[in-house]
Design a protein around this ligand. Structure first.
Ligand code: AMP
Length: 139
């Protein structure tokens, strides 16, 4: 399997994990729009949203809802941008939900996504820990 997100799910490729649940894994995007940008993936491989088994839709979107709360509670963001690309503009063909912390005046406009970098692995771990600690448990 040469899917990078499947390799993150099975632990053969490292990631900074934020959400670790039975059917969903969430980890920091390595090229975040803003620090604390999380990608949520179903543990099973599906390419796009239309491919997701219906029973996993509330599970994945429930995790996205709770992560959207956690970036506010854990990072002090005012809100979030939650999105997914399907085929067009989708650079990794394993379904993933972007949860990007947003604050008024942060400069994000339209569909052009600027990217930043973590200064160190320690800084990435710190962002992940803050979001993870603020994450409500699954229902
Ligand atoms: P998209 O362009 O919507 O498919 O988003 C894919 C995202 O995956 C991009 O924002 C990349 O920065 C991110 N990405 C690619 N490889 C990795 C990786 N190994 N770990 C974390 N994020 C990744």
């Amino acid at each position: 399997m040469d899917c990078i997100f499947c390799q993150i799910v099975d632990g053969t490729v490292p990631a900074t994990v934020v959400v670790d649940e039975p059917f969903v894994l969430g980890f920091l995007d390595t090229r975040p729009v803003f620090k604390g940008h999380v990608l949520l993936v179903p543990r099973i491989h599906v390419d796009t949203l239309p491919d997701l088994p219906a029973e996993l839709l509330p599970v994945l979107m429930g995790a996205a809802q709770r992560t959207a709360g956690a970036v506010v509670a854990g990072l002090g963001a005012q809100g979030s941008f939650v999105a997914m690309n399907n085929v067009v503009s989708q650079s990794v063909p394993h379904l993933h939900v972007h949860v990007v912390p947003r604050t008024k005046g942060d400069g994000l406009r339209g569909f052009f996504w600027p990217r930043t970098k973590y200064t160190s692995d320690e800084e990435a771990q710190e962002y992940a820990a803050r979001v993870s600690a603020a994450l409500a448990p699954p229902p």
